[in-house]
Write a protein of this length. Structure first.
Length: 282
């Protein structure tokens, strides 16, 4: 078991006093048998009333409602978790899905169908064809790992501050992308191969210099019969492991920003985000 402390600070500074509309916060990690939340605090200035609920993907969501005008919105989330995903490769895939290609069972496909819809285009199909050709015998896991490694080797990582995700065409043409661009490319490539795949937003524990600001991280999950949803991180070309902390999953990447909301007032605002993920002794 590994313990982590996650400190996520978000600051919006406005040019004049504004009225804040309700904000949606996705900052609480997804709990399960692999991850337990030991403690959690959420401090917001100006004061806000919080309403918690689970969305359609079972993500933990808080709606913050404000009554006080302000020139700054400060959100600080501090969470300590216990991570038990010590052996990410310790899983078994159903016999019929061990080798690619395979077909999901009809009863599973009904549920998985939304995660199989793709915006595949000619450029993406051509790129996927460079990874796998029909007729090649390959294990399902090996194909997905090959796909993650190919993205990691092909793309130049680029930190992008602007919101949104590049299209697969933009990413392949530019040859650069952020973690969310790589995750989206992997997701769409996997879907074009007939897999059910979804986007994941969360955190990654890395060794940062004391002056560095961390950031949120993104990867993708693929549903493997017998094993469930398994994560692949094309930014580092590896299967998701102990250092990955999932917060929210979605069919589309734009559905799970950590903080989303609006304000009424003069246009313009500056945003500062700092994320620190610290490992504690177990």
């Amino acid at each position: 078991m590994q313990r982590y402390k996650i400190l996520h600070r978000t600051y919006y500074n406005f040019p004049a006093s504004v009225r804040l509309e309700p904000h949606t916060l996705r900052l609480r990690p997804r709990e399960g048998y692999e991850l337990h939340i030991e403690s959690s605090t959420l401090d917001i200035t100006p004061a806000a009333s919080l309403r918690w609920h689970r969305d359609v993907e079972d993500n933990s969501v808080a709606i913050a409602t404000f009554t006080t005008p302000t020139q700054q919105l400060a959100i600080e989330s501090q969470i300590i978790i216990q991570q038990y995903n010590q052996s990410p490769l310790d899983f078994l895939v159903e016999d019929y899905a061990t080798h690619y290609p395979f077909a999901y069972k009809p009863e599973d496909k009904v549920v998985l169908a939304p995660y199989m819809n793709t915006v595949s285009n000619g450029q993406l199909r051509q790129w996927v064809a460079s990874v796998w050709q029909p007729g090649e015998k390959i294990q399902t896991y090996s194909l997905l790992q090959r796909l993650a490694i190919r993205i990691q080797q092909t793309l130049v990582y680029q930190l992008r501050e602007e919101p949104g995700v590049q299209s697969t065409t933009e990413t392949l043409t530019r040859g650069t992308g952020s973690c969310r661009d790589s995750a989206y490319l992997f997701m769409e490539a996997a879907r074009s191969l007939g897999f059910a795949a979804r986007f994941v937003s969360g955190y990654l524990h890395t060794q940062l210099a004391p002056t560095d600001l961390g950031s949120t991280h993104a990867w993708a999950e693929v549903f493997l019969p017998g094993a469930g949803w398994k994560g692949f991180d094309p930014t580092i070309g590896a299967i998701v492991g102990t250092d990955h902390i999932a917060v929210a999953v979605a069919r589309l990447p734009e559905s799970v920003p950590p903080v989303a909301g609006a304000f009424v007032g003069p246009p313009g605002a500056t945003l500062t985000v700092g994320v620190w993920v610290t490992a504690f002794p177990a």
